[in-house]
Design a protein around this ligand. Structure first.
Ligand SMILES: Cc1ncc(COP(=O)(O)O)c(C=O)c1O
Length: 411
């Protein structure tokens, strides 16, 4: 497999859509949502055109086709994660996956038990634990962050005590792109008998994740960040933990039997998939995983590293060492993904993003659902460029043309 970004880009019809003012589109917001290739769009259409039926409930051929397609996607996710299909639960996304764990695994926790998150978490991996704390009296602790936007692992020893039952942290930060040192987290958890949940929303687009090798207990991810449809995601949970967890929602398909007085529940994963799931989207997620599998990840990584380095160096050059324009997060390529946050002399990120939009450059600006991290950094927000395998040098050229304009107008 040889890697040619032009060939990748040609598979994404969105790049034919003119941006604001007719400019060419430079999409640098893949961390918010990734674009969707033709094969995934086709798979979604083909499913609804030839195999649409509700799953598991019917004996007619369309119900069977739909069930096969749905369960086939579960197998693809299981292979992607090096896990068993019975451990793969389809949810509406990462947020729903973490809420499921907070509600369901959360029922096994008692007042005084501790859950550790970090100051770097997306609100999805913070608010559900705060809600659990307020419901059940658990103690929520926060691992601090370092000045370069990573988890401060030196604080693990003082933060993780023998009352800790779960450490729930991000695999890759949606603000700084920093990759978490998972083995340090797992070692700290194991030392006190705690479980580990990884928020994989920003990691999963970069190729298969081996949950067994990572040694974690729960993993959450979203299809829309993996070149698939929105409205679907996955919770992976270790079989023995899922087996002991009560359901999160009640309804059709998650039961074994129902009488007026008593309901017994199905085994996982059905126990956690109440009601009609997003069948078409699940099929699309399976197609997206197949598409990720066609990529030469090593080649993609070196391409994205080169572009990331261009962004990091370009921002350093713009700043001219004056410290007023700075990258918020790791300054180099070590243990980071192509998500680059920056601050321009305190200018409001929305103003920066609006000026960039006029150049056809789609950036994200604001607190990125990470207000606690922004507080820790003493910032109101950042502007963020995030790349995908379809990103190329023209995107980075346009980014810097736009940034020069923004600096001239805002500083
Ligand atoms: C690190 C991280 N966690 C969780 C989420 C929430 O994902 P979703 O909105 O797909 O549930 C996001 C989305 O931006 C994210 O970046």
């Amino acid at each position: 497999m040889t890697f040619d970004p032009a060939k990748i880009r040609a598979q994404f019809p969105i790049f034919e859509v003119p941006a604001t003012g007719g400019a060419a589109l430079h999409y640098l917001d893949s961390a918010a949502t990734a674009q969707v290739p033709d094969v995934v769009l086709d798979a979604v259409r083909t499913h609804d055109a030839t195999a649409r039926g509700n799953i598991k409930r019917g004996v007619h051929f369309l119900a069977e086709r739909a069930t096969e397609a749905y369960e086939g996607a579960r197998e693809k996710v299981a292979d992607f994660l090096n896990a068993s299909p019975s451990e793969v639960i389809f949810t509406s996304g990462t947020t729903a996956a973490i809420n499921l764990v907070a509600h369901s695994f959360g029922q096994s926790l008692e007042a005084g038990d501790e859950v550790v998150v970090s100051e770097l978490e997306h609100h999805s991996n913070m608010v559900p634990w705060q809600m659990l704390r307020d419901r059940s009296g658990i103690v929520l602790k926060y691992l601090p962050v370092t000045a370069d936007g990573r988890l401060d692992l030196e604080a693990l020893e003082s933060t993780v005590t023998d009352k800790c039952k779960l450490i729930a942290v991000t695999h890759v930060s949606n603000v700084t792109g920093a990759v978490t040192n998972v083995s340090a987290i797992v070692a700290a958890a194991k030392a006190v008998g705690a479980r580990v949940l990884l928020d994989g929303a920003q990691r999963a687009s970069h190729g298969p994740v081996d949950v067994a090798a990572l040694g974690v207990d729960f993993y959450a991810m979203s299809s829309h960040k993996m070149f698939g449809p929105s409205g679907v995601g996955v919770l992976w949970g270790r079989a023995e933990l899922l087996a002991d967890m009560p359901p999160f929602m009640g309804g059709g398909e998650m039961i074994r039997s129902v009488t007026k007085d008593v309901t017994t529940f199905a085994d996982p994963p059905a126990r956690f998939e109440a009601g009609t799931p997003p069948i078409t989207q699940v099929v699309g997620m399976g197609a997206a995983i197949d598409w990720i599998g066609t990529l030469d990840q090593e080649a993609v990584t070196s391409h994205l590293n080169r572009l990331t380095e261009r962004v990091l160096n370009g921002i350093a050059d713009l700043g001219g060492g004056n410290g007023r324009i700075k990258v918020v997060g790791p300054q180099g390529l070590q243990e980071r993904y192509p998500v680059i946050s920056f601050d321009i002399n305190g200018a409001h990120p929305h103003d920066i993003c609006q000026i960039l939009d006029g150049h056809g450059v789609a950036l994200r600006g604001g607190h990125h659902c990470a207000q606690v991290f922004m507080d820790a950094m003493d910032l109101a927000g950042t502007s963020r460029a995030s790349l995908g395998p379809y990103s190329d040098d023209s995107d980075i050229d346009a980014l810097f043309a736009g940034l020069e304009d923004a600096i001239e107008r805002l500083t």
